[in-house]
Design a protein around this ligand. Structure first.
Ligand SMILES: Cc1cc2nc3c(=O)[nH]c(=O)nc-3n(C[C@H](O)[C@H](O)[C@H](O)COP(=O)(O)OP(=O)(O)OC[C@H]3O[C@@H](n4cnc5c(N)ncnc54)[C@H](O)[C@@H]3O)c2cc1C
Length: 556
């Protein structure tokens, strides 16, 4: 049934068309993936349609932190901090391969957002609200201790630093792992399938959707008892289709991040720092790169394609040189960038940075359920709330009862590694297995970190397909990942593989340039691209490689 292979698209479509669905989720970002997993594990017959690739919207373009949101304390969002803080521990436990603790340093300077006193109180409150475990509670550092941790920070006026734990993630892989688990549990899910119309009964109650396959442009109708829109920045577009875009609406705010090689930006320690204009940015080391962000500006351009402008880029460069004055970072040092849109719920008279990050559920007169706002970190809880709503409605309408959410203790795909405590031993053992197969230690480590317990499948493909990889002229490790992407992760276009499944474009741009021709040649053959498709998909990747480094000043 179902499956998650790009070779099975037609089969999945047929099953969706014929299924008697309880819930159809529109959108395959982290919100839609979370909802699908929660719903299917409660026994609801569930399907998901995503118009682009999974996580191609905001869920691959965040700061990539699973965090308690210290800064929300400044806005007195105590409940949000408490809830999201507790959730991050659950997200970590259920997927330690995609979530890694990262100590964060918050330096304070004369006249900055935080001083030693406010930071101490803030971080203490944060530990308390978020239920932070003892080994990860905050400490306070003297100016010298702060400089020992990170000699690159500005020395002038340094009064000390707060030191506390956040969690790093790969947002797109977190999304795909949640979706894979939903599919493993029985959900039907397909990408490149766009909702183009909504279907209603005689009483104007929503009963289904019309979708258009974005690959071959086939159209079909899918019916379900409940339709949930988890379309992030597109929530208002779907509400518009439903004629219910009234009252509260979305406010889109763009955030840009820049990426540098460690050779030019050798950051040792993650830093959360003040900008000259009184905002706060993150600088985070990741493998052999450092990334910095984010901006926060009102956006009304093409939702599918937010881009970095010269102003965005220069703003971040200026902030970097302000806090890391010895670096003299310039445009030429950049290796990549990305831009994303925060789907915030508008609040009259507030600036983007002050608008609440809270999630909300809207139910329209037709019965369309929309979930908007929120955070990557809180996805599981948000999903539970959305499905609680669905289940309540189904109970009222049909008297059907479903079990409670079970996702608190459910590892996501790749997360069967013995929990957070067991992951180090698991990793050691699998790295040994990988090196025995002839994979070098660093590569084996990064594969285990990326795929968790699914690395076994990567190792299998690596062994089985050595000859084929050679014939195709593709590096055998890249080939194993590609086969896994095609057969087990619904990779259809080159950008799916090079951006969302591997993080390549953001963190390993030279790797993308090295492997793209051979990978595209194989994909074209395996997925039977037409000449036009091959040209279009190659251009799409090439444009994004270009835009990762070059500003687009007229947003399209
Ligand atoms: C710059 C930035 C930094 C952030 N940093 C963090 C962070 O560090 N930590 C954190 O927890 N959160 C962070 N966030 C917030 C977080 O990324 C978002 O809350 C989250 O990714 C939203 O996910 P979503 O699934 O709701 O939306 P999306 O990921 O955008 O998913 C919506 C999906 O719906 C699909 N869709 C739309 N219309 C249709 C249609 N008609 N038919 C079918 N499919 C459709 C889209 O293609 C899209 O994939 C950040 C956000 C931004 C922008």
């Amino acid at each position: 049934m179902g499956g998650f292979s790009s070779y099975d698209r037609e089969k999945i479509k047929k099953e969706m068309k014929n299924a008697s669905l309880d819930v159809l989720v529109i959108g395959g970002g982290i919100t839609g993936s979370g909802i699908a997993l929660d719903a299917v594990t409660r026994g609801l017959k569930t399907a998901v349609v995503e118009m682009q690739d999974y996580a191609a919207g905001t869920s691959s373009r965040s700061t990539k932190l699973v965090h308690g949101g210290l800064r929300y304390l400044q806005q007195f969002e105590v409940k949000l901090v408490a809830e999201v803080g507790k959730e991050r521990a659950i997200v970590y436990e259920n997927g330690p391969h995609v979530t890694t603790p990262e100590w964060m340093m918050l330096p304070f300077y004369k006249g900055g957002t935080y001083g030693p006193f406010t930071a101490n109180i803030g971080l203490r409150l944060y530990d308390f609200l978020a239920g932070v475990k003892k080994s990860e509670r905050r400490t306070m550092l003297s100016p010298q201790q702060a400089l020992d941790k990170e000699p690159l920070i500005k020395k002038d006026g340094l009064k000390g630093a707060g030191y506390y734990v956040e969690y790093k993630t790969d947002d797109a892989r977190l999304t795909i792992e949640v979706m894979k688990k939903a599919v493993e549990k029985g959900a039907l899910s397909i990408n490149y399938m766009k909702v183009v119309d909504l279907l209603y009964d005689d009483n104007h109650k929503i009963t289904g959707v019309e979708v258009e396959d974005q690959i071959n442009h086939d159209k079909m109708k899918i019916y379900a008892k409940k339709i949930v829109s988890a379309t992030g920045p597109w929530v208002d577009e779907i509400r518009e289709m439903d004629h219910s875009n009234k009252g509260k609406h979305l406010h889109l705010s763009k955030g840009v991040h820049l990426v540098f090689p460690q050779t030019v930006f050798p950051l040792k320690q993650a830093i959360y720092f003040d900008t000259p204009d009184g905002r706060m940015l993150f600088a985070i080391p990741r493998e052999d790169k450092t990334y910095v962000g984010t901006t926060d500006t009102f956006y009304d351009g093409n939702i599918k394609h937010p881009t970095m402008t010269t102003e965005d880029r220069d703003y971040i460069l200026k902030a970097i040189n302000y806090i890391f004055p010895s670096l003299n970072i310039t445009v030429d040092d950049m290796e990549s960038s990305w831009s994303g849109l925060r789907p915030l719920i508008a609040e009259e008279g507030k600036k983007p940075g002050e608008v609440s990050r809270k999630d909300e559920i809207f139910i329209s007169d037709s019965g369309l359920i929309s979930m908007a706002g929120g955070k990557l970190t809180g996805y599981r809880k948000m999903a539970e709330q959305a499905v609680d709503t669905v289940v309540k409605l189904l109970k009222n309408e049909n008297g059907i009862l479903y079990q409670d959410s079970e996702t608190v203790h459910l590892p996501i795909s790749g997360g069967d590694v013995g929990g957070s405590d067991g992951f180090a031993a698991f990793k050691k053992q699998k790295v040994q297995e990988g090196t025995k197969l002839g994979i070098d230690e660093k590569t084996a480590e990064s594969l285990v970190q990326k795929y968790g317990s699914n690395v076994e499948k990567i190792f299998e493909y690596y062994q089985e397909k050595q000859t084929e990889a050679k014939e195709e002229g593709i590096d055998p490790v890249v080939f194993a990942q590609l086969i896994y992407g095609l057969e087990d992760e619904m990779v259809f276009k080159p950008v799916d593989f090079f951006i969302r499944r591997s993080g390549g474009l953001f963190f390993h741009r030279p790797w993308v340039e090295e492997h793209k021709d051979s990978v595209i040649a194989y994909m074209a053959k395996a997925l039977q691209y037409t000449d036009a498709q091959r040209k279009e998909y190659t251009e799409e990747l090439d444009n994004l490689i270009y835009e990762a480094l070059h500003p687009v000043d007229k947003e399209n």
